[in-house]
Design a protein around this ligand. Sequence first.
Ligand SMILES: C[S@@+](CC[C@H](N)C(=O)[O-])C[C@H]1O[C@@H](n2cnc3c(N)ncnc32)[C@H](O)[C@@H]1O
Length: 184
Amino acid sequence: MIFVIEHLEPELFDWCKLEYKHISSVVGKDNLLFTNIDDDFLKNIGKVNRKSVLDLNLQNACILDPEAEEEFTPEVAKQFDYVIFGGILGAYPPKKRTAEELSNHLQVPKFNLGKEQMSTDTAVIVTKLICDGKKLSELKFQDGIEIDIAEGESVQLPYKYLILNGRPMLPDGLVEMLKEQEEF
Ligand SMILES: C[S@@+](CC[C@H](N)C(=O)[O-])C[C@H]1O[C@@H](n2cnc3c(N)ncnc32)[C@H](O)[C@@H]1O
């Protein structure tokens, strides 16, 4: 399976870089394609195409969208060569950008990983586990996390997180980045 990330943020923010690095470390750079962007950082962690996935006409592709009706399962995964994601930072409440900017314009099947919003890295890694044979119902999740960034101060991340080894899975460096941002 090739994991395609259509970058849809106006810049390659540090937060996006951490998520994309996390994705690459799990799916491998040869199985990862970033579209709608041309950037040297990304060329080190995956393939890059400056064209939008909307113009690539990928064959045997599907898209993951929280608004889709049908769930992505190991059986579904076997039918496809490409799975497309929005490279979109989470927003609360969710803005339906995946549907509005991607899936409404692509003539490919759409699937969900449940209705709750995950970060792009969580969604890709959960999809990879499903491609490897796990069912969504066999995975553990937590809705929302709170990260302590300074004495008496915390940040709420109101998304759905995969529990791995008993803890919510986050990209390496995210907690440190949030703490540093607080210092400015
Ligand atoms: C942070 S989400 C963007 C969700 C955002 N609320 C929106 O406007 O669509 C980033 C990407 O992860 C994938 N994703 C996240 N949660 C998902 C879910 N529950 N089902 C399917 N895909 C999901 C989608 O590909 C989505 O474009």
